[in-house]
Design a protein around this ligand. Structure first.
Ligand SMILES: CC(C)(COP(=O)(O)OP(=O)(O)OC[C@H]1O[C@@H](n2cnc3c(N)ncnc32)[C@H](O)[C@@H]1OP(=O)(O)O)[C@@H](O)C(=O)NCCC(=O)NCCS
Length: 330
């Protein structure tokens, strides 16, 4: 994905660079010597004390200078995304540790970029099928920071608490599955990001405050409805979206911040068209506005019981146009 340098904050802080290595290479990594690097998605965590924009310029337009470990990897890998975190809130070590919490994430090269600290490395290799970013941070209107990440196998109790906190009203508007602890446990025991991106928003105290689904591919029922409207949902480039935010935090910008990250994840997985999972109830004016703001357009209506619903679709732009600026890219 092309990254516009001007969008990156000039402030100092930490950053995370997402890279894709299309095929395995054996390459010299400076003083670490020749190393095997498997094909896949990598994330490199670093810091830029004199300003993130100035520092990451070298990654976006590599000059061929091989000074740092990352310069060697950049000769073979493509930059797919960048997260800038201005201020001293998060160190590169914390950003890297967060990646290692992802099941299946590993450190393929010990000592990579971590000569100055106690970390084993600052380069993580993500498990196959991971989106870029697989974890990101968003600054909420309240000033609080929210971590946006894929649901993990150990999230069962937290997800159950989230479900228990949803009001009857929210449940009547949002219903991809039952909201029980058993369901939460079953979901966390059978996660498959290749099929469905289940993304949560987590506050610093560990509380989940948003839960959003993006089912990759075309759901049969949706394909038929859309075809009847003259719209073909392309199988390899399509996904169905189902968002929710915890009641007390609705209308505070959480949904918008989460969706911005989720759509970046979707783009990295080749998704170009997003449709609503089960449509949106006509009476759910807030959700309709939310979708419109994200770039969705109404393409039809259908009845479910005695409620009228809208089908809406969004073509993802190559860049994040239409989405408000948050801490992503500074
Ligand atoms: C729909 C939902 C995911 C939106 O998330 P959110 O965090 O509440 O939304 P945001 O605060 O980011 O607001 C996004 C936009 O929605 C619109 N919006 C928010 N509250 C609104 C309201 N009361 N009336 C009309 N539009 C409203 C605004 O356009 C707003 O953008 P703005 O703040 O820049 O004006 C969330 O409200 C939710 O979970 N609702 C219950 C479940 C649900 O309806 N899910 C969707 C099922 S189809």
């Amino acid at each position: 994905m092309p990254i516009d340098r001007e969008e990156i904050t000039a402030e100092p802080g930490a950053y995370r660079l997402w890279l894709r290595l299309p095929e395995a290479v054996r390459a010299p990594i400076g003083a670490l010597g020749e190393r095997e690097l498997p094909a896949g998605l990598y994330a490199y965590s670093g810091s830029a004390l004199r300003g993130i924009r100035g520092w990451v310029r070298r990654y976006l337009r590599p000059a061929g200078v091989l000074k740092w470990h990352i310069d060697h990897l950049l000769r073979h890998a493509e930059v797919v995304d960048l997260e800038a975190l201005p201020g001293g809130g998060r160190t590169e070590c914390a950003l890297h540790a967060e990646l290692l919490a992802i099941p299946g994430a590993s450190e393929p090269v010990r000592g990579f970029g971590s000569s100055d600290c106690r970390c084993g490395s600052h380069l993580a290799l993500l498990p196959p099928g991971s989106p870029a970013p697989a974890v990101a941070h968003a600054r909420l209107r309240s000033g609080e920071e929210m971590t946006v990440r894929l649901l993990r196998p150990d999230d069962g109790p937290r997800l159950g608490a989230y479900f228990a906190g949803l009001s009857e009203r929210t449940r009547s508007l949002y219903g991809p599955h039952p909201f029980t602890q058993e369901e939460a446990d079953a979901i966390c025991a059978t996660l498959d990001p290749a099929d469905m991106l289940r993304v949560v928003g987590e506050l610093p105290d560990g509380r989940l405050v948003a839960y959003m689904l993006l089912q990759i591919g075309v759901r049969h029922i949706e394909a038929e409805k859309y075809r009847a409207q003259g719209i073909e949902l392309p199988e390899g480039e399509c996904a169905a979206f189902a968002p929710s935010v915890l009641d007390g935090l609705q209308e505070t910008g959480v949904g918008t911040a989460m969706a911005a990250v989720l759509f970046r994840m979707a783009r990295s997985r080749g998704v170009r068209t997003v449709n609503l999972w089960g449509g949106v109830q006509e009476r759910n004016v807030r959700a309709r506005r939310f979708y419109e703001k994200l770039g969705f357009q109404k393409i039809g209506e259908f009845m479910a019981g005695d409620l009228n619903n809208y089908d809406m679709v969004c073509r993802l732009q190559p860049r994040r146009s239409g989405l408000p600026a948050d801490s992503m890219l500074g």
